[in-house]
Design a binder for this molecule. Structure first.
Ligand code: SAM
Length: 232
């Protein structure tokens, strides 16, 4: 491991970045949504997108002038609210999650932020919605698609999402470093759940790295974010 890698992974550097650059810039309603999620879900509040990753997504959405986005895996809506805040007033976000209760925990903060009009929430399994969109002829429609849901379906989603994303649009897959386990040796000690998640994400990463329908970048932010730009 090089010195650069050691420094990049240090807790003290993460703390410095968070305190200097990330938390001071976090929107008030995102902070409140995060607090409400911790109160309700305790440990499971870690499901929310990390703040620094959300800010990177916000920047990308603005640079792309994104208007039409799809979000798979909403939970209490941290990434959804970050996205809505980044998009113009006439934008549309289709947000899909079978768990409406979690979405409703975050909804008051989305309403207070004044961006609810940009969002259409569908309570459903993602694959059903994706198939419906394709049946409705929505190929080549989305500027940005964010996937933060059932990891074992990432490659199944990818085969369909590649049709829904515009040429030049971006699909983002979250958690592709799976708590750093993808970089550990095969015989490293870990729980069964950790190991099966690691194997699943390693398959995803290898597939995306060799998929010539996209350009891709695996960014070491949060728990790993793979950005895929559709080429055709
Ligand atoms: C890690 S959380 C999403 C966190 C969210 N992006 C945020 O920033 O708060 C994963 C979510 O994926 C949802 N999910 C699981 N399976 C799904 C599926 N088949 N289709 C759509 N969403 C699914 C879960 O209900 C859960 O809310």
């Amino acid at each position: 491991m090089s010195l650069g890698q050691t420094i990049l992974q240090s807790e003290s550097l993460k703390k410095y970045i968070a305190e200097t650059s990330v938390y001071p810039r976090e929107h008030e309603q995102l902070k409140e949504l995060r607090k409400a999620t911790v109160e309700k879900y305790k440990y499971w509040s870690l499901m929310n997108l990390p703040v620094d990753e959300a800010q990177l997504l916000t920047m990308i959405l603005k640079l792309m002038n994104a208007k039409n986005t799809l979000e798979i895996g909403v939970f209490t809506g941290y990434s959804l609210l970050s996205t809505a805040l980044a998009l113009p007033d006439d934008a549309h976000i289709l947000a899909v999650d079978p768990d409406r209760e979690a979405y409703e925990i975050g909804l008051p903060f989305i309403q207070k932020a004044g961006v609810e009009h940009k969002i259409e929430f569908i309570q459903s399994e993602a694959m059903k919605v994706i198939k419906d969109l394709l049946n409705e002829g929505k190929e080549d429609t989305y500027d940005f698609i964010f996937v933060d849901a059932d990891k074992e379906n990432y490659l199944n989603y990818h085969e369909e999402l590649i049709k829904l994303v515009k040429v030049g649009g971006v699909i983002g897959y979250d958690n592709t470093l799976w708590f750093g386990t993808v970089g550990l040796p095969d015989d490293a000690e870990m729980s069964d759940a950790g190991r099966s998640g690691r194997e699943c994400l390693m398959k995803v990463n290898s597939f995306l790295a060799s998929d010539d329908r996209i350009e891709q970048s695996l960014v070491s932010v949060g728990d790993g974010l793979t950005l895929c730009r559709g080429l055709y």
